[in-house]
Write a protein that binds this ligand. Structure first.
Ligand SMILES: [Zn+2]
Length: 158
């Protein structure tokens, strides 16, 4: 899967979340500056490398060594940790989980191409808008697979 916004990361790419022990990916400091609620900005260590925890039930979102920023300290709902249909998956162009699932079940899904066109035209700002600090295309593709396999199992009556 190609990405539109390569991260400017020079450090170790992965390290383990202190809460769930799952490995997280290094994330640009700009992402935290954009995503943290104002109250928690003063706790940000601007020189540190933070990592993103993508575990679906872990309350940690960003971490480094002993420090963790949790879900309630982040402005956006985090796609990986929120199963609600109104949770955004594409934070740049505003497509929700529900919209993408619905679109995937139509004969001519549009959303993926709309996003690709947007990223091609450099209209995206994934590093700032998406809590994961990266392009959402991988998540969209996963949702499409989920939606179409759900559909298939409904049709086969299982
Ligand atoms: Zn975690």
């Amino acid at each position: 899967m190609s990405t539109c916004c390569p991260l400017k990361i020079k450090h170790k790419p992965v390290t383990a979340c202190p809460y769930c022990q799952q490995k997280g990916r290094a994330i640009a400091i700009e992402t935290l500056k954009s995503q943290l609620k104002p109250l928690f900005m003063r706790e940000l260590k601007a020189e540190a490398t933070y990592y993103f925890c993508a575990h679906p039930t872990c309350s940690s979102v960003y971490f480094q060594q002993e420090q963790v920023f949790k879900l309630e300290q982040i402005r956006e709902k985090v796609f990986q940790k929120n199963q609600e249909p109104d949770c955004l998956v594409c934070y740049c162009f505003g497509f929700t989980r529900g919209e993408v699932m619905q679109d995937a079940q139509t004969n001519t899904p549009q959303i993926l191409n709309q996003i690709k066109t947007g990223t091609k035209n450099k209209q995206c700002a994934c590093e700032l808008r998406n809590p994961q600090g990266r392009c959402c295309l991988g998540n969209i593709a996963d949702l499409q697979t989920q939606a179409t396999s759900k559909n298939a199992s409904l049709l086969s009556g299982s």
